[in-house]
Design a protein around this ligand. Structure first.
Ligand code: SF4
Length: 377
């Protein structure tokens, strides 16, 4: 089954660290939504799989779109695809958009999962990052959604923020657990050059956290959340039992997905496509850049996304898809890392369970280094 993604590239104001595809020119929003309907009509047939499993509204800030407009896009998707088995329809929301009126309008839509961009429950951190909500607003937003019956809520967390330390992070992680959410995504702050943080960094007015501090914070999050019953199922993602993000999981398992809107990416067959237009340009027309993956790209991609998950890679799958020689190459490359404890082996030939190799979750922080040793260049 496939996934459908709508990218809503608008924000009321820009956060200091953000280099996503977004704009603050909200006047273009109605035209962009209109063009998304056109794009859905024209590009839906690119997916070879007609049945959808998930729909996802990401951004930007999708909660800037009125719920009835969100529902119109969902209804349109139902006309273009078989949605009889859709399991999850997610909306990313900013906490300060989640008012009583907004939530009661949202309840009339088919959205059944909310992903809230909380980032921190420590007020100075929120101000430093330029978020437009307070910690109190975030806590109230979660409570409001829960009272309205939403029982699949995810919150985002950013760590590795200098100068805020362990105590600030503890407040946020423990606060998230206390909120009773089902899913938490934890991302390390990365500072890109073309952002306010990037400019501060180049002037020496901002510091990056060092490696030891990154490791400590990563471990702090892992230990607290796993002790609270969360499964660390992907480098940046934790879920209670039954609440893994189905939409993101489909990116990681190589399923097809169609991305609609400026900045959205698609993947079907061996083709990747993305729309680089600004929202203003997209409101007039849409074009896409395409790339066809080679067999080597596909293998690298499989290794990269699979090793970021607790399930890891399957040597049986590699053998069956790319042949014995590739399975042997990868098994050989894994040997020193298995001895060092950076990888673990799973599966049992006698019991006929799949032979898998994975990074233990507590070692996920070094996943990039481990994955790069498998890459073919
Ligand atoms: S709300 Fe999200 S997408 Fe918008 S500027 Fe902030 S981090 Fe970026």
């Amino acid at each position: 089954m496939a996934g459908l993604y709508f990218h809503i590239p608008f924000c009321k104001r820009l956060c200091g660290y953000c280099d996503f595809h977004r704009s603050v020119k909200l006047r273009h929003l109605p035209d962009v939504i209109r063009m998304m309907h056109t794009e859905l009509d024209e590009r839906h047939a690119l997916l070879s799989e007609h049945r959808l499993r998930t729909i996802y509204f990401g951004g930007g800030t999708p909660s800037l779109v009125a719920p009835h407009e969100i529902q119109r896009l969902i209804d349109h998707a139902r006309q273009r695809f078989d949605c009889s088995e859709v399991e999850e329809i997610t909306l990313e929301a900013n906490p300060d958009d989640v008012t009583d009126a907004y939530v009661s309008a949202l309840r009339t839509t088919d959205i059944n999962r909310i992903s809230l961009g909380v980032q921190s429950l420590d007020e100075p951190v929120l101000q430093f990052m330029g978020r437009r909500h307070t910690a109190k607003q975030a806590i109230e937003a979660v409570a409001r959604l829960q009272r309205a019956g939403y029982d699949n809520i995810s919150v985002d967390l950013i760590f590795g923020v200098e100068p805020f330390g362990e105590e600030s992070l503890r407040k946020t992680i423990e606060g998230f657990v206390a909120l009773g959410v089902q899913h938490i995504s934890a991302y390390h702050l990365t500072i890109e050059p073309d952002t306010r943080f990037g400019r501060l960094l180049s002037k020496g007015e901002l510091r990056q956290v060092d490696e030891q501090r990154s490791e400590r914070e990563f471990q702090q999050i892992h230990d607290t959340l796993t002790a609270a019953g969360f499964d660390h199922y992907e480098v940046s993602n934790y879920a209670l039992d039954g609440y893994r993000s189905r939409h993101n999981s489909s990116y990681w398992t190589g399923d097809e997905y169609l991305g609609i809107g400026p900045g959205a990416h698609s993947f079907f067959g061996r083709t990747r496509q993305w729309c680089e237009l600004s929202p203003e340009q997209y409101a007039e027309h849409f074009t896409h850049t395409s790339e066809t993956l080679t067999e080597r790209d596909e293998r690298n991609e499989y290794l990269m996304v699979s090793l970021r998950r607790t399930e890891g890679i399957s040597l049986d799958y590699i053998r069956q898809r790319w042949g014995e020689r590739q399975a042997e190459r990868i098994a050989r490359a894994a040997e020193p890392m298995l001895r060092a404890g950076w990888l673990r082996e799973m599966g049992d030939a006698e019991q006929k369970t799949e032979h898998r190799i994975a990074i233990p979750p507590e070692k996920f922080l070094i996943s990039d280094a481990v994955i790069s040793t498998f890459f073919e260049v």
